[in-house]
Write a protein that binds this ligand. Structure first.
Ligand code: FAD
Ligand code: FES
Ligand code: FES
Length: 1355
């Protein structure tokens, strides 16, 4: 028997069971404890083993495809030949269990715990406010931990590299970097002495203002003195037993047999070759970063796996006369280290190829992938978008292939790849090694990668170019232009290259190459991946960059060539990220206020420490019930169809399958929906979107259920789908009602106008990408009771809809929510269907049932932010004053109403953003389409309405040729103005935010500097924009503006607080404890919140609309006031007594120490018909100014600087509020510049995971980020004069979009184009490049729309 973290594990039980015949024992260590697994399953990942078998649930599942880093653990191995310990961060979701023989695994639980002792990396991320929902936190902790194990004094750049494979959707990354900066060379406190780069007070940035001006202004959200010191000598030691086991084991020949797959690990090259000969179809696996994806997402089954990872010849690195030879199993991290060393020691002319490889490696996946992925794996995957293959091809690398009978050497040229993912390798052959050659003196090599996001992204186009000149001249002797992303394989542009052999490197050659490339590098307009014009243009633009780079290098060698104009130099610069710096400014609490009063202080999120140690329990971390089963969904593959038949025969016989659930199994009503019951729990005869839930399979394990679900065969009769907004407009496919909001006299307004302008804009949708996907666990109890553990923002809605489907009263259903790993609106209404299906299954089987959606399922099924199309007509005066606006919004609502009407209403309520327009009319159309129902998402239609407003505002300024900032200021609301829905703006602070933002961002100086920069640079342009926001606070459905709380005081003085809100990372529970602490006058440490549940506080509104602190805070205040009043006599009687004394006295006096509180927002109730009544309780205001730089040739952009000024009233907790501002800003940054959902013309979502759908990563933070909470902004509408903050700042990220648009305008001006132009959101690299019209774009005209079927459509 073995113990893991004090609990007996199933592994021990397994070790006593019968071993699979022929299987070896797998020996490895987890957190210092030895595990001997006799039945290692080749199909199991380390993550599943940790979570399900060892019950180590600190390591999270976010994507299962290596793209989010939530599953990061550290693997350590003793290398016998170097006698070194190697530590690597890896993705446990891709690491095969069988690959772990003699490996030490360290998980987040292994480095510290709240009860035992926190590791500094756990403590610092928590105390620096770098953990909100906490689902990403263990992974980030482990990436940092692994970095420190290898390098106890890292630089900031090392840290940024270590985080390339980690995503966080909540924090905006800044606080994580700030917290961990204290562990870097650059970090740590300056002790007041000041340093080159600033001081602690500004977290490493030069102070913005002299401190004496801001006596009550604070800028540090944490105190480094609170941090335990970091002592690298105290780290957990590598298990000595493992070291001796490793030393003793010469050959590592192993076999593991599972039900379907055998894992063979050869101990020598000979054995490997023999096995490959015997099993020509066997899959070779090294890092499993490609094969793991194929198995998980492409349904591939490889019955025999050969794992040659530890064969010495495949890991050898040899320096020869011609170059460096790498064994095919060398990891990319190792290859990078060897090449960096070579570059540092060899003469520069020899290392051009090495530098090109290193350039590609810089942006190749994340550290966790590079630590295991092999160079051979990249070559042999033969992916057309491989980043290394173009370099290997351009450099003419040599590959040694081998089989049992011998070896052969082939050059990596245009014959090596024989088709999509095919090479010249014979089935029995393996790749032994690759030789990367030294470059020659007259040879120049460059590599380029263009992807939607810089960090950890797959390429759109990737290229490598090599030119060799006749020595001492600019005459081309050899030219190799190799591209990825332009064909089914990596290709060489041979025709083009041959044309210019013998020619001089100059303008004529450039023109010839460009026109030839435009002909040679063509793509079908329907090509997978789309972006045809962009990809074609990139082939030319990248060559132009190479051309300029080579000119410079030739000139540097003294060869007579055309001079590169200084205005073109920036086109040749290689992007190097700058370490971000930041400032956070907030109003400090007045001096003299009791330390026990925590309101207004930057108190740490109450769960942060647990989240950082992995001890925080999320829904799927709830231990398995003994008789629990797992559920997998059966979903539609058609957007619109009749179901003809469902065949479960094949699935029924599969191992582990227990039963199926279809519509007939629903005892109550199959009709569901949060507002209208217009959808089904399980499809009945008809499906209306891809991903429509048809049924479910229940099986013993998740894998069995998922496999069986895939084996269910469904026959459909396809019906014509409506997919896009334009198709809905054409077919008048709208839900009713069509909302109109109107004020003033539109006709008179347009008459009065000096100019009238019309325009259109499309704004794409957005995936919530909460790190924790949807998950539900239903446990049947007696009397028809059902207990559900759900990750939802709407406990009560889940309760009522589950009860409806089960046909039981709501009092039999209890919904419990401990915490969510992010919600953002995505868990407001769409979670209810999964919970209902799980409850129906649990009811059918009378057994506990669990289901956590895989990331791809979650993205496919649950909908997201509504895409919007806006058409506008705007009338304005010569001054820029807008006098009339007529706007129509069309939202892509999807296949059910869900919350879409309210979303549209909010868009209409925000259609003028922050501008006073006298005559205005807005129409809102809800397009009924065959997409999964779109739903709430932070901002809830507000960002869409405001985005289209800022689009026409930009057009107005551009058409007048006036600075946009002036025109915006001119139109800005003022105190006492009223909105189009007749709400008077009082306690108005937007003008103050605006002025402070202008000042803090140094707008004028910046603008002047940008103009100078743009004059001096042709191919990079900078842009600037300042954007306001005004966000109405309240649910627009009046009845939702209510909340309850329940507070118990126990006789020991401890307080149990419950309220109607749920915790999804936003810090609501922390704020509620702060409120209760102040009202009760007791230390916050005595107050505890366990969970949100429907049996404590009933009939709760969803935690949404940014109003939860206001509503629940007031309810908590109400309950606590009642209790405080009841305790008052005992305080008065014994003023020197303690809280416990008063509580005890009251108890013995038989005073009720439990109270519930209630709150409803007063004076609300807007009516569209009469355009009267108050829509909102109040407004949150904010302004942001952003500066960007775009690369006109590639469309890439850099976020240089952002200044945000946000009015959150008197902040309840500045750390949480600044966290919300930054998190919302970064989510908005994704929305407006990065995140793109691609749908096929038939309505199939093509972007279903972090590999294809890119949310902002660490590297996307503005290089300089200033967040200031407006000071002295009293306000009387919400708890303790605070204001809502969750949603309002999101829209401020549009300042980045409009700064990009500003920069594009500067680029277009170079081509003589001026005036308004349409730029849809997001401002992706593709859109930016295509808008920067120039000589290269002209060579690649788009195909005529309507003449082809595109890969994806704008929905
Ligand atoms: C999150 C993520 C990000 C990624 N980012 C990038 C990126 O930025 N750029 C990029 O180009 N790729 C990227 N990839 C793809 C992948 O990581 C690389 O292709 C990687 O190099 C594969 O190596 P591996 O050892 O993991 O391969 P494995 O999955 O182990 O194997 C891949 C293939 O190679 C074959 N193979 C491996 N070794 C041999 C051998 N010696 N002889 C014969 N066949 C062999 C295997 O049979 C298999 O078909 C990414 C993948 C993931 C999951
Ligand atoms: S779960 Fe492993 S990287 Fe996302
Ligand atoms: S805190 Fe990072 S994803 Fe929520």
């Amino acid at each position: 028997m073995r113990e893991v973290n004090g609990t007996q594990t199933q592994t021990q039980t397994q070790t006593q069971t019968q071993t699979q015949p022929g299987s070896d024992e797998l020996v490895f260590f987890v957190n210092g404890k030895k595990i001997v697994e006799k039945n290692a399953d080749p199909e199991m990942t380390l993550l599943t083993y940790l979570r399900r078998k060892l019950r180590l649930t600190g390591t999270k599942l976010g994507c299962a495809e290596g793209g989010c880093g939530a599953c990061t653990v550290m693997l350590s191995r003793y290398q016998t030949h170097t006698q070194q310990l190697l530590h690597h961060a890896v993705n446990a979701c891709l690491a095969p269990l069988c690959s772990l023989h003699l490996v030490a695994v360290t998980t987040v639980e292994g480095i510290g715990s709240v009860a035992r002792k926190l590791h500094p990396v756990q403590e610092r991320i928590a105390k620096a406010h770098g953990s909100q929902c906490g689902f990403c936190t263990p992974g980030i902790v482990m990436s940092m931990y692994a970095l420190l194990r290898n390098n106890p004094t890292p630089k900031m750049a090392d840290m940024e590299e270590a985080f390339q494979g980690n995503l966080c959707r909540c924090t905006g990354y800044r606080p994580i970097l700030e917290g961990y900066k204290t562990l870097t060379v650059e970090g740590g406190c300056c002790g007041g002495r000041g340093r080159d780069n600033g001081c602690c007070r500004t977290n490493g940035n030069a102070p913005e203002k002299p401190p004496e001006e801001d006596a009550d202004e604070a800028s540090s959200l944490f105190n480094t003195a609170d941090f335990a010191p970091f002592d690298p000598t105290q780290e957990v030691i590598f298990p000595p037993e493992l070291m001796s086991l490793t030393k003793g084991q010469r050959s590592q020949s192993l076999r593991f047999h599972g039900d379907r797959v055998a894992w063979l690990q050869p101990g020598s090259l000979d054995e490997f070759l023999r096995l490959k000969w015997e099993h020509p179809d066997a899959r070779v696996v090294v890092g499993n970063t490609e094969v793991g994806i194929e198995v998980k997402f492409k349904n591939m089954l490889y019955p025999v796996i050969l794992a040659p990872t530890f064969i010495p010849e495949l890991n050898a690195v040899t320096h020869t006369d011609d170059g460096v030879v790498f064994g095919a199993a060398c990891t990319l991290s190792h290859m990078g280290a060897v090449l960096r060393e070579a570059v540092a020691t060899l003469p520069p002319h020899q290392t051009e190829v090495f530098l090109a490889v290193l350039e590609q490696l810089r942006w190749f996946a994340g550290q966790q992938i590079r630590n295991v992925a092999a160079v051979g794996g990249n070559i042999m995957t033969a992916s057309p978008i491989s980043d290394l293959n173009p370099v290997f091809m351009a450099a003419g690398c040599k590959l040694t292939l081998m089989d049992k009978d011998g070896s052969r050497v082939v050059e990596m040229d245009d014959k090596f790849f024989t088709g999509y993912r095919k090479t010249v390798l014979r089935p029995q052959e393996i790749l032994l090694s690759i030789e990367i050659p030294y470059s020659k003196k007259s040879q120049f090599v460059s590599a380029f990668k263009q992807s939607p996001r810089r960090e950890d992204d797959i390429s759109i186009v990737t290229a490598a170019m090599s030119v060799t000149f006749t020595p001492g001249t600019n005459v081309v002797e050899d030219l190799r232009l190799s591209y990825g992303g332009m064909a089914p394989t990596t290709v060489l542009a041979k025709k083009t290259a041959n044309k210019v052999l013998g020619r001089r490197w100059g303008e004529e050659l450039l023109q010839e190459v460009c026109s030839s490339l435009a002909e040679e590098m063509t793509l079908s307009p329907s090509v997978p991946g789309g972006m045809v014009t962009y990809r074609r243009t990139l082939t030319l633009s990248l060559f132009y960059k190479f051309y300029l780079t080579v000119l410079q290098k030739l000139s540097g060698q003294g060869v007579n060539v055309d001079e590169v104009g200084s205005d073109c130099l920036s086109a040749t610069e290689i992007y190097h990220p700058e370490t971000p710096t930041s400032v956070q400014i907030y109003q400090a609490v007045p001096e003299g206020r009791s330390q026990d009063d925590v309101v207004g202080r930057p108190m740490m999120h109450l769960s942060a420490l647990k989240q950082a140690t992995g001890e925080a329990i999320y829904c799927d971390d709830v231990p398995l019930y003994e008789n629990e089963l797992y559920l997998a969904l059966i979903t539609s593959s058609k957007a619109h169809a009749r179901i003809l038949s469902i065949d479960t025969a094949a699935a029924r016989t599969m191992p582990g399958v227990v039963c199926f659930v279809f519509a007939d199994d629903i005892p109550g009503s199959n009709a569901t929906g949060p507002v209208e019951y217009d959808e089904t729990v399980l499809a009945d005869h008809q499906v209306t979107c891809v991903g429509h839930i048809i049924g479910a399979v229940v099986a013993d394990t998740q894998l069995q259920a998922q496999r069986a679900a895939k084996a269910v065969r469904i026959q459909y009769e396809e019906l014509q789908p409506v997919v896009t907004i334009q198709e809905a407009i054409a077919t008048k496919s709208f839900y009713q009602p069509i909302r109109t909001l109107q004020r003033g006299d539109l006709e008179a307004g347009f008459k009065q106008a000096d100019h009238i302008l019309e325009g259109e804009m499309h704004m794409g949708g957005q995936e919530h990408f909460y790190l924790e996907t949807n998950v539900s666990l239903a446990v049947p109890r007696e009397d028809g009771e059902m207990e559900l553990f759900v990750s939802t923002q709407s406990a009560s809605k889940t309760q009522s809809l589950v009860a409806k489907a089960l046909g039981v009263p709501a009092n039999r259903v209890v919904v419990r929510v401990k915490r969510m790993g992010g919600g953002f609106g995505g868990k407001e209404s769409r979670t209810t269907i999964l919970s209902t299906v799980v409850a129906v299954a649990a009811n059918k089987l009378k057994r506990p049932i669990r289901c956590m959606l895989d990331r791809d399922e979650d993205m496919l099924i649950t909908g997201g932010r509504h895409p919007f199309f806006g058409k506008y007509k705007v009338g304005f005066l010569n001054s820029g004053k807008v006098v009339a606006l007529d706007v129509s919004f069309y939202s892509n609502t999807g296949n059910s109403m869900d919350l879409s009407l309210s979303v549209m209403e909010r868009a209409l309520f925000h259609m003028e953003n922050s501008y006073n327009v006298a005559n205005v009319r807005g129409h809102g159309f809800l397009c009924r389409t065959n997409l999964p129902s779109n739903t709430a998402f932070r901002g809830f239609g507000g960002p869409q309405g405001m985005m289209i407003a800022e689009s026409w505002m930009t057009d107005v300024a551009q058409s007048l040729g006036r600075p946009a900032e002036e025109v915006r200021r001119l139109n800005l609301y003022m105190e006492g103005d009223s909105t189009p829905y007749n709400q008077v703006l009082d306690q108005f602070t937007l003008d103050r935010c605006w002025d402070e933002c202008l000042a803090r961002s140094e707008y004028e100086q910046r603008r002047a500097a940008i103009e100078l920069y743009n004059r001096k640079n042709r191919w990079t342009k900078r842009g600037l924009a300042i954007i306001p926001t005004k966000f109405g606070i309240s649910f627009t459905a009046v009845f939702l503006n209510q909340a309850g709380a329940l507070v118990h005081i126990y006789t020991d003085g401890s307080v149990l607080l419950t309220h109607g809100g749920t915790e999804m990372g936003q810090g609501l529970h922390t704020k509620m404890v702060q409120v209760a602490s102040r009202v009760l006058g007791v230390s916050s440490s005595k107050i505890h919140i366990t969970e949100t549940s429907t049996n404590t506080v009933p009939n709760t509104s969803p935690t949404a609309a940014s109003a939860s602190s206001d509503l629940n805070g007031a309810a908590v205040q109400n309950a606590c006031q009642i209790l405080a009043e009841r305790l008052e006599p005992y305080r008065n009687k014994n003023p020197k007594g303690s809280w416990e004394d008063w509580v005890k006295a009251a108890y013995f006096d038989r005073v009720n120490l439990s109270a519930n509180g209630f709150y409803k927002t007063p004076d609300l109730g807007y009516d569209f018909d009469s355009n009267s009544g108050r829509a909102f309780n109040y407004y949150s205001y904010g302004v942001a100014c952003s500066e960007v730089e775009i690369d006109c040739l590639t469309g890439a952009h850099k976020n240089l600087s952002t200044t945000v000024v946000m009015d959150v009233g008197h902040s309840l907790n500045p750390a949480i509020d600044i966290g919300q501002v930054e998190g919302a800003f970064m989510q908005g940054l994704g929305l407006f510049t990065l995140e793109e959902l691609h749908y096929s013309p038939k309505g199939v979502l093509l972007t279903r995971g972090p590999g294809a759908y890119k949310i902002p990563a660490f590297g996307d933070i503005p290089t300089k980020l200033t967040v200031s909470l407006l000071r002295d902004a009293p306000h009387d509408k919400a708890i303790f004069a605070s204001k809502a903050v969750g949603e309002p700042p999101l829209f401020l990220a549009s300042s980045v979009f409009f700064a990009i648009k500003d920069a594009i305008s500067a680029a277009r001006a170079e081509s003589g184009i001026s005036g308004p132009f349409r730029l849809d959101s997001p401002a992706s690299a593709e859109r930016i490049r295509n808008a920067c019209s120039d000589r290269f774009t002209k060579l690649c005209p788009p195909a005529e729309p309507g003449t082809f079927t595109p890969w994806s459509v704008q929905v």
